[in-house]
Design a binder for this molecule. Structure first.
Ligand code: ADP
Length: 515
């Protein structure tokens, strides 16, 4: 095992990796930008080194600086987390050439899966089903129309270098093609410096189901089952769960076999994920392989009992996987991404200082976060602050548990996605599992925008909390309300105080689950 590992990331994933290191007895080295000098990941690591100013292009994306730091402090390995440099082939190669160990797949496997068109070509050669479409970039709108005629509208234009839902356009007719191609190309050029765009058949109403694989350097490659990530906004995941209501044991085995075949074809080692679309008829199509740890890895950890980040490090250190059979999921896990966005305001990014933070605890609750009270949330980095994850015996129980945990959560000072997640948990479609990747967009208004009844419930909760507060005050002082520790006559209850009454009322919205 390594004695020292450098974590080339920030926020919740940096902390996650540092925790894995602590449990493995590996010393951790954090790197940080000026904006993160006070961040929890800097404090929790055994050592921390400043790498540059706040913009990530001058800090977390400075691969050469990071490798230099790793060598200077005597780290033997670099873990890139997700985002930033994690899927840059040149960086994985440079780490190896510097005599360090890359905690991730070989640079060659990153390259093989790096572009969507290259990955499609590889998948087809390995017998993996892909969404009907092309595997080459388009030359012009005329060619795009000819291809669309072959598959039938609607089609989806996708950036070959794509990621994060960028450079994607749905096209429903010949007339829309020119404009859609231009805008997909220009978005792709801006985001990836590469404007190659290809065509896929647009699948209506599918689910996003992905398979986690783990491969060691000794030829073992196993599937750890599926995660469903269908609750998406603008092709970006917001809620993930494991297992999926749409996957039977038989389908799990078939999808697992296909994912393992794709990984083997790419010469894959370490943790990776094959993403698929699952249509209403039970057909599945390979989308891409993410050659890194994913944001939503905790749901797989909870249903398999494995620590995926520790396994990434152990595999990189040359360990053999102790199991060769695919694992059966135990219970149900759900993850909500807690972001600094205001769902009631078109998901506008929210910035500022976190004044107060109260974290949910209790049975089956896990918080993977990168924030604390006093943290400054800026526009320099991704708005994802933390992940709230729960585990329970059944899906219904996991939803009730997530609802309860979200009610316990208080983040004051900035807007967050907490309320949005509560509304999803309360929605009958989500509760019955009748969702697809288009479901959220179709219900965004009712879920993201507070409506009158909810305001009434909030007001009732605050009133009830004030009454409780007054009762506590009079009991404590033995006199009357105004002499208690309370908030005085004009102030409202704090969110933490309102929670109890709020929870009691909102729990009634889970009625569908319990009947
Ligand atoms: P990115 O790498 O930009 O995230 P993906 O290929 O992983 O792009 O697709 C992201 C999301 O876009 C998927 O989860 C799905 O919701 C949607 N999507 C992608 N391809 C298709 C398709 N052919 N038909 C319908 N939806 C699609």
């Amino acid at each position: 095992m390594f004695t020292k590992l450098l974590v080339a990331n920030r926020g919740e994933i940096a902390l996650r990796i540092i925790r894995a290191c602590q449990e493995l007895g590996v010393r951790s080295v954090a790197v940080y930008s000026d904006a993160d000098a006070q961040a929890p990941h800097v404090r929790e690591a055994d050592e921390a080194v400043r790498i540059g100013p706040a913009p990530s292009s001058e800090s977390y994306l400075k691969g050469d600086v990071i490798i230099e730091v790793a060598k200077r402090v005597g780290a033997q390995a670099i873990h890139p987390g997700y985002g930033f440099l994690s899927e840059r082939e040149w960086f994985a190669r440079a780490v190896r050439e510097a005599g360090l160990v890359w905690v991730g797949p070989p640079a060659e496997a990153i390259a093989a899966m790096g572009s969507k068109t290259a990955a499609r070509t590889l998948a087809i050669s390995a017998g993996v089903p892909v969404v009907p479409g092309t595997a080459q970039g388009l030359t012009d709108a005329g060619e795009a129309r000819t291809i669309a005629a072959k598959y039938g509208y609607p089609v989806l234009l996708k950036a070959a270098a794509g990621g994060g839902g960028k450079g994607m356009r749905i096209v429903r007719s010949d007339a829309e093609m020119v404009g859609a191609l231009d805008s997909a190309r220009s978005e792709a050029r801006k985001a990836f410096g590469d404007d190659a765009v290809y065509v896929e058949k647009y699948i209506e109403g599918p689910r996003h189901v992905e398979i986690q694989v783990l491969a060691d350097a000794h030829g073992n490659c196993i599937s750890l089952g599926e995660r469903e990530c269908s609750v998406q906004r603008r092709h970006q995941k917001m809620i993930e769960e494991a297992p999926s209501v749409a996957v039977t044991p038989e389908l799990r085995r078939r999808m697992g076999d296909v994912a393992v075949a794709a990984a083997k074809a790419a010469g894959y080692v370490n943790a990776g994920t094959c993403e698929f679309l699952l249509d209403r008829e039970g057909n599945f199509y390979f989308l891409e392989m993410n050659t890194r740890i994913q944001v939503e890895h905790p749901v797989t950890e909870l249903v398999t009992g494995l620590d995926l980040v520790q396994w990434q490090i152990r595999i990189a250190a040359g360990e053999k996987l102790p199991f060769t059979e695919s694992l059966v999921p135990r219970g149900w896990a759900i993850e909500c991404r807690i972001t600094s966005e205001d769902p009631a305001n078109g998901f506008l990014p929210s910035t500022g200082r976190i004044e107060h933070l109260h974290l949910p605890t209790g049975p089956g609750v896990r918080w993977d976060g990168g924030i604390e009270a006093g943290s400054e949330v800026s526009l320099f980095y991704d708005p994802m602050l933390a992940k709230l994850i729960v585990h329970a015996a059944t899906r219904d129980q996991a939803i009730a548990r997530m609802h309860r945990a979200l009610l316990e959560l208080t983040i004051d000072g900035i807007e967050t996605s907490r309320e949005f997640h509560l509304r999803v948990m309360e929605h009958p479609d989500w509760q019955s599992g009748s969702i697809s990747i288009q479901w959220l967009e179709q219900h965004l208004d009712e879920i993201a925008n507070p409506t009158a009844p909810d305001e009434a419930i909030k007001a009732a909760a605050v009133a009830a909390a004030l009454v409780a507060e007054r009762d506590r005050g009079s009991r404590a002082s033995g006199v009357n309300a105004s002499s208690g520790v309370g908030t005085g006559s004009s102030a409202a209850a704090t969110p933490a105080q309102a929670t109890g009454a709020d929870a009691w009322r909102r729990a009634s919205r889970l009625e569908g689950l319990r009947s």
